[in-house]
Design a protein around this ligand. Sequence first.
Ligand SMILES: Nc1ncnc2c1ncn2[C@@H]1O[C@H](COP(=O)(O)OP(=O)(O)O)[C@@H](O)[C@H]1O
Ligand SMILES: CC(=O)N[C@@H](CCC(=O)OP(=O)(O)O)C(=O)O
Length: 286
Amino acid sequence: MNQNAVIKAEILSQALPYIQKYHDKVVVIKYGGNAMINEELKMNVIQDVVLLSEIGIKVILVHGGGPEINQTLKKMNIESQFIHGLRYTDDETMNVVQMVLAGKTNKDLVKLIMQKGGNAVGISGIDNQLIVAKKHESQDDLGYVGDIVKINAHIIIDLLDKGYIPVVSSVGTDETGQTYNINADTAAAEIAAQIQAENMILVSDIPGLLMDKDDESTLIPLVHVYEVKGLTDKGIISGGMIPKVECCVRAIRENVKKAVIIDGRIPHSILIEMLSKDGIGTMFTR
Ligand SMILES: Nc1ncnc2c1ncn2[C@@H]1O[C@H](COP(=O)(O)OP(=O)(O)O)[C@@H](O)[C@H]1O
Ligand SMILES: CC(=O)N[C@@H](CCC(=O)OP(=O)(O)O)C(=O)O
């Protein structure tokens, strides 16, 4: 008997309780732009998404594309400026964000899902007013960065019920038709909260929340929401990690059962997180 085959079958059968647990449940996966850079790992992420969908889990894929936006802006000689992890967005930048996120990145992901045999429909937050936004409120003026006012989720619920994987880009509009640039983690959390998703998984290119952001061996596997303020005050949570952690806290407070940050550089990290007993990344809890 081929021992390898037995081991593989054993591993597959261990996924049964998780497949049963998540069957028909909604899971929001946010796929960050930094984890899209390696093509092979990108295919792994897409394959995991398709597999979860094929076994009856309702997957919503919300995507970022920060590095791609940076590259396009650079080609156009427009400088990228981030304040507390959010991109300063003037009129010209807004056009580029919409072009990249709602255009290229969104459709590339849809194509990859189709190539792997899944059924995907790409929509932006503008479509059917999925994401209603307003100008972001903060001490600094961030231009057309948006805060989410409302998620009109029926369009994604319809798509899920018909067996499609909605692929969502994080641009929104207000009632005047002004478009806003919304951090993709924020969009994922608001969608997860509105739909009362079972899980929200943020896929990035870091092991999770680190005690020292320059030392990957300092992973914090579990964070209680009440610990977040202290970690932020100490400067442990900074830059792009700020919106990420805020979103996990928001999702948990809004009764999403599990919010995790995982490392998209680990092959099939989504499957490990969803279908095995092994913890991976940083999990947020009450
Ligand atoms: N404590 C921390 N642990 C891990 N990363 C951190 C931490 N504080 C700040 N960061 C920064 O946050 C970045 C992740 O955010 P971001 O680049 O926006 O990811 P994504 O594109 O996946 O949304 C990391 O690359 C790192 O530079
Ligand atoms: C307001 C704001 O910062 N918006 C983000 C939207 C894309 C995003 O969030 O992409 P990642 O997940 O790859 O970082 C931006 O302009 O980069």
